[in-house]
Design a protein around this ligand. Structure first.
Ligand SMILES: *Cc1c(COP(=O)(O)O)cnc(C)c1O
Length: 399
C-alpha cells in the first residue's frame, strides 16, 4: 500500500522483489527486462557479484566515520577518478543534486576568493535538469518543478540549447559559470552537439568563466566513454557525477581542477554521510568493473545494437514513433502518442522503460546488457507497439 507515502510519484501497482543482472522479478516470479536501470543507476545490473562482495565485506568492517576523519576508500576513489579525468580534487556526496550544489558553490566560491564576489550567475539551458533542491530547480529552470516552491533562487539564467550566440550575448560582469549536461536526460534524451561543448569551453576561457558539466546521468560509461564529454574533447573545470557511480548505492561526487576548487577551503563545505566507507567500497568496486579491459568497448557495441533495434521499431511503427535519439546506452524514442501509453504497454510485455521530457520514451539499460538480452527486449517492445498500433486511433496529447 502506498497510502502513507508522499504522493509525488504516480507508480504502477507492480511490486518488484528481486533483481538479477538486467532482470527484475515480481512477487509471482514474472521476469521483466529492466531497460531503466533505476534511471541509469544500476549500471552493472542488479546484484552484481563484485558489488555485493564489496558491500558485504565493508559492512562487516566499518560503516561510518564522519568526514572529520580520513576515509581510506574515499582517498582511493578520488585518486582513481582524478587519474581517469581532468580533475584534481573530489568532494563526495549522497546524491546527484548534492553533487550539483557542491559544483555551484565551488564555482561561486572560486570567483569570491579571486576578489569578484559579484560573479554568482550561472548560465544554464532550456530543458535542463539538475536536481530537486531549491538551487537545482532554479538551475534547471523548468516551471513544472519550480511552481509553488516560493521565489526562484537567484543566479541562474536559462538560454536556448545549442545557440552559442545567445550564450555569448548573455555573458556579463556577474557571470560565474556555464552549466550543461552533455546529453540532456530528463529533458528528453537530447545530446548537445560536441562542437557546442567546444564553443562553450572557448567562451569560458575567453571570459574567465568556469565550465560545469552535469554528468550525473551520462557519466560512468553510459555513453561508451567514462564520461560523455570525452567524445567532444572539451574538458570542464567542475563536474557533477552520481547515479552509476554507486551502482545502486547512493553516492555522488563533485570533481574539479585544483584551480576551480581553490576557494573551497577548510570549513567552507561539508556533509555528514557523503563519501562514507560503505559508499566508497561500492564506488571503488563499480570503477573496478567499468575501467576493466574491454568494458567500454562492450558498451559501445551494445549501444549500436540498441540503436539499431530502436531505429527498426521506429520504422515499423511510424504512427507511434517519430524517431530515435541519444548517445551510447542512453537512448530515446520520440513518441507520437503519449509516451506514458508506450511505457505502460511495454510494461505489460515485461520490458521497462521510463519517460523523459518532450514526450520521449527513455532507455538506459544496465551497461552489462548483452546482445541476446537486447534482442529479447526488442521482441517484447515489438509486441507492445504492435498492440498499440492495432487499437483505434487517438490524438497525440504529449506528456
Ligand atoms: C538524476 C539527475 C540529477 C539529480 O540527481 P539526484 O540523485 O536525484 O539528486 C541531476 N542531474 C542530472 C542530469 C540527473 O540525471
Amino acid at each position: 500500500m502506498q497510502e502513507h507515502i508522499f504522493s509525488t510519484y504516480a507508480k504502477p501497482d507492480t511490486l518488484f522483489v528481486r533483481g538479477e543482472g538486467v532482470r527484475l522479478f515480481d512477487a509471482q516470479g514474472a521476469d521483466y527486462i529492466d531497460l531503466t536501470a533505476g534511471i541509469a543507476v544500476t549500471a552493472l545490473g542488479h546484484a552484481h557479484p563484485h558489488l555485493v562482495a564489496a558491500l558485504t565485506e565493508q559492512a562487516g568492517r566499518l560503516w561510518h566515520l564522519s568526514n572529520v576523519f580520513r576515509i581510506d576508500g574515499q582517498e582511493r576513489l578520488a585518486d582513481r577518478l582524478c587519474a581517469a579525468t581532468f580533475a584534481d580534487r573530489v568532494f563526495f556526496t549522497n546524491s546527484g543534486a548534492e553533487a550539483m550544489e557542491c559544483a555551484i558553490k565551488t564555482a561561486r566560491r572560486y570567483h569570491w576568493s579571486k576578489g569578484a564576489p559579484e560573479r554568482i550567475d550561472i548560465l544554464t539551458f532550456e530543458g535542463a535538469f539538475h536536481g530537486r533542491t531549491l538551487a537545482t530547480i532554479a538551475a534547471g529552470g523548468q516551471a513544472k518543478y519550480l511552481e509553488g516552491f516560493g521565489p526562484k533562487t537567484p543566479g541562474f539564467t536559462q538560454l536556448p540549447f545549442d545557440n552559442i550566440a545567445a550564450v555569448r550575448a548573455a555573458i556579463g560582469d556577474q557571470t560565474a559559470a556555464i552549466l550543461i549536461e552533455p546529453v540532456q536526460g530528463e529533458g528528453g534524451v537530447r545530446p548537445a552537439p560536441w562542437s557546442f561543448l567546444r564553443e562553450l569551453r572557448a567562451l569560458c576561457d575567453e571570459h574567465g568563466l568556469l565550465l560545469i558539466y552535469d554528468e550525473i546521468q551520462t557519466g560512468m560509461g553510459r555513453t561508451g566513454k567514462l564520461f560523455a564529454h570525452e567524445w567532444s574533447g572539451a574538458v570542464p573545470d567542475i563536474m557533477a557525477v552520481a547515479k552509476g557511480l554507486g551502482g545502486g548505492f547512493p553516492v555522488g561526487a563533485c570533481l574539479a581542477t585544483e584551480e576551480a576548487a581553490s576557494g573551497m577551503t577548510v570549513g567552507s563545505h561539508g556533509t555528514t554521510f557523503g563519501g562514507n566507507p560503505l559508499a566508497m567500497a561500492v564506488g571503488n568496486a563499480v570503477l573496478d568493473v567499468v575501467m576493466g579491459d574491454g568494458f567500454l568497448d562492450h558498451v559501445r557495441e551494445m549501444a549500436k545494437v540498441l540503436r539499431q533495434h530502436l531505429a527498426e521499431l521506429a520504422d515499423s511503427y511510424p504512427d507511434l514513433v517519430d524517431g530515435v535519439r541519444g548517445e551510447g546506452l542512453l537512448q530515446g524514442l520520440k513518441a507520437r502518442i503519449p509516451n506514458t501509453d508506450i511505457i505502460a504497454a511495454m510494461r505489460e510485455e515485461r520490458v521497462l522503460a521510463i519517460g523523459a521530457g518532450d514526450n520521449v520514451v527513455r532507455f538506459a539499460p544496465p551497461l552489462v546488457i548483452t546482445a541476446d538480452e537486447l534482442r529479447e527486449a526488442r521482441g517484447r517492445m515489438d509486441a507492445a507497439l504492435s498492440r498499440l498500433a492495432a487499437r483505434p486511433a487517438r490524438a497525440a496529447s504529449g506528456g
